[in-house]
Ligand binder design. Sequence first.
Ligand code: PGA
Length: 247
Amino acid sequence: MRRPFISANWKMNKTIEETEAFINSFLPMVKDITDVDILIAPPFTSLSAASGLLKSSNVILASQNIYHEEKGAYTGEISPDMLKSAGCTSVIIGHSERRQYFSETDEVVNRKISTARNNGLEVILCIGESLEEREENRTFEVLDKQLTGSLKSLSLDGITIAYEPIWAIGTGKTATKEQANEAHGYIREWLGINKEDSDPVRILYGGSVKPDNIEELMSQPYVDGALVGGASLKPESFAALVTGSIK
Ligand code: PGA
């Protein structure tokens, strides 16, 4: 069985002080949990402080973005080396908010994944359809296009997929467990890993995951964990998600 993986995407929330307060209260709540991978992705400005507090803990530190070049004249961007020196071992790439507000295409996402992997960073690749695309029965077509473009010429080593239907993000409208499992099943098949239950590639669900729906989602065979926004901002709530993910 694949190990549950619960990830917090804080988006543009929390100052350094708020990050420290969260971690100081969260770590004791999860210190004895050994059978879940737990990840936190704070904003760039909090990474270094978070890294100091998370050292020798059971929590992985990730960034929410990366640039696809290694260094140079790219004002305002962050390189893989900078992330590693701030203590990150993982990075979230291709979140729908980056695609929507910052014009990230599958080609850019592909370059970012490639740069991250070449520099030893693990990746959570986000994909998912809009409400319109779902209503037009185009979900699989969209996932196919995003997977094809984002993973072009790349191996699956070090990559986790997050299926995040855009209509479920921050809306309080969660995909049903059947909808999530169906999409995850499609993705597993696409990746060629459907039959290999022991295959290490994991697929997380994201979109209004909360302590009261995590168990239901995790009951599905193809749901390996969650990428959580809103409900990851409070230590109690994020700890409840971690506990609730144990199958
Ligand atoms: P949400 O966000 O949990 O607030 O819906 C999920 C995400 O965007 O990763």
